[in-house]
Design a protein around this ligand. Structure first.
Ligand code: UD1
Ligand code: CA
Length: 469
């Protein structure tokens, strides 16, 4: 059956107390509305999904454009019923099923959306029910619309929390905001919704009573497990949903063979891949499209964003890696910073307080302590002494440093780029290198040491002569 989905995402979300539209807030590494679009894909192709946008429509549409969904604007937010009306023009000649999802229920799974669709579409009930909606029973139903049943167990009406009588407030059966309508009946009667509530909004939930009035049946699809249906209205709920989504991801990784210590402290974005027998220590963040090979170790407090780690890589604690690659058997950290297209070659080592920016460190090379290596191409088996700095910036432009295979750069050297250090050459400790160093040469760029023998003894004598007796 022809099925379309309308996702409501136009509201600001007053209770978030934010300048940003609610559906743009993130949980589990994605914006709320992205999760809902993902769930909608279980029943419709992107061209049959219409997202209703309003607050920060431009941002929401830009975010979702790559998914290929359609958009309809709701300029003024006059309620959930009005929002569905705004999507109508995008759904011409549509007389199959129309599902409505709210952009602020990110835990909803595709399987549940599919099950709702099948309940409404099944031949047995199709002729009887005009709509099916997902309900659940909550211990604390505060804020949700209450579902009022008739004697036959059908849905008679949905009463919003604010409009409910004390008796209705006792009802713990709630409306999840996930509906499957017969499109013909929805469009035929939707104009009958009236703004008869304090907010003067058009509530989509009024459709239940309207369809009943016309002799149609509305049925519930009751979910015993309400965990998927949590709607986000405040930042407290946002944090709760984030926790649940993060736990799903770490659990998935653990079941696939990754060891995670204290998983409740570890943050992993949805796209991240981790190989088996890799160990992740507490408080690690793996973000973007980071990928990690097998048998790696990611030290406590490290943050990896769009990093590509091969197999057998060791990252010691508190290391930052962004948009960079670490080859097999390499080691980095503790406290290293590797960024902007840097590459740590096979078996290479980067130690504490070493920063690599747009720099390739060749196979087996080492920079173990206190260095800045920027815009550099460093060959294999190179030793970079502690405190080495590449001066890559002249105040206007960035310049390259090249260091050939097997070179030895002494501690506290300053390499003023552009400069080439030849293969197998030596740079004496404390040198300032401004000219190229040929292969196999020794370069010294420092003051020769001056020695004054017995200087201290003589000084003491002078001082004691001057002292009055
Ligand atoms: C809504 C339901 C309530 C249900 C709850 C489930 C109504 C009137 N109430 O309440 O029965 O229990 O969801 O979570 O539908 N939106 C628009 N345009 C508007 C208004 C809202 O696009 O004019 C969007 C919002 O961006 C949001 C969604 O619709 O994503 C739901 O709106 P919200 O204000 O959060 O509704 P609730 O009060 O939670
Ligand atoms: Ca809500």
């Amino acid at each position: 059956m022809d099925t379309a989905v309308v996702i409501l995402a136009a509201g600001l979300g007053t209770r978030m107390k934010s300048k940003r539209a609610k559906v743009l807030h993130g949980a589990g590494g994605r914006a709320l509305v992205e999760h809902v679009v993902q769930a909608a894909r279980a029943v419709a192709t992107p061209d049959r999904i219409v997202v209703v946008t309003g607050h920060q429509a431009g941002e929401v549409e830009a975010l979702l454009a790559p998914t290929g969904v359609q958009f309809a604007r709701q300029i003024e937010q006059k309620g959930t019923g009005h929002a569905v009306l705004c999507a109508r023009k995008k759904l011409k000649r549509h007389d199959g099923l129309l599902m409505v999802l709210y952009g602020d229920t990110p835990l909803l799974s595709g399987a549940t959306v599919r099950a709702l669709y099948e309940t409404q579409a099944s031949i047995k009930t199709a002729s009887k029910a005009a709509a099916t909606l997902i309900t659940t029973t909550l211990t604390d139903p505060t804020g949700y619309g209450r579902v009022i049943l008739n004697e036959r167990g059908g849905v008679e009406a949905i009463v919003e929390h604010k409009a409910a009588t004390p008796a209705q407030l006792e009802v713990r059966l709630i409306n999840s905001g996930i509906y499957c309508f017969r499109a013909d009946l929805l469009w035929k009667h939707i104009a009958e919704i009236e703004p008869n509530n304090p907010a003067r909004e058009l509530y989509l939930t009024d459709m239940a009573a309207i369809l009943n009035k016309h002799g149609h049946r509305v049925q519930q699809f009751h979910l015993a497990d309400s965990s998927e249906l949590l709607g986000i209205n405040t930042r407290v709920e946002l944090a709760e949903v984030d926790r649940i989504l993060r736990a799903r991801k770490t659990r998935e990784l653990m079941l696939a063979g990754v060891t995670i210590e204290r998983p409740e402290t570890v943050t992993v974005d949805p796209q991240v891949r981790v190989g088996s027998d890799t160990l992740i220590e507490p408080f690690v963040r793996l973000l973007g499209n980071t990928s990690i090979g097998e048998e790696c170790r990611i030290g406590q407090g490290s943050i990896l964003e769009s990093a590509a780690l091969a197999h057998h890589v060791t990252i010691a604690p508190y290391t930052l890696i962004a948009d960079s690659r670490i080859d097999p058997g390499a080691q980095a950290g503790p406290f290293s910073r590797i960024r902007m297209d840097a590459q740590v070659g096979p078996e290479a080592r980067v130690g504490n307080f070493v920063e690599l920016k747009k720099t390739r460190l060749g196979a087996g090379s080492k920079s173990q302590h206190l260095a800045y290596l920027g815009d550099s191409d460093i060959g294999e088996r190179v030793n970079i002494g502690a405190g080495t700095i590449t001066c890559n910036y002249d105040g206007e432009k960035k310049h390259q440093t090249k260091i050939g295979a097997g070179a030895f750069v002494g501690s506290n050297s300053t390499l003023v780029a552009p400069v080439d250090i030849g293969a197998e050459s030596y740079v004496g400790a404390g040198s300032v290198i401004t000219n190229n160093v040929p292969a196999k040469a020794l370069a010294l760029g420092r003051q020769r040491q001056v020695l004054k023998l017995d200087w201290a003894t003589n000084r003491k004598k002078k001082v004691s002569k001057k002292k009055p007796q």
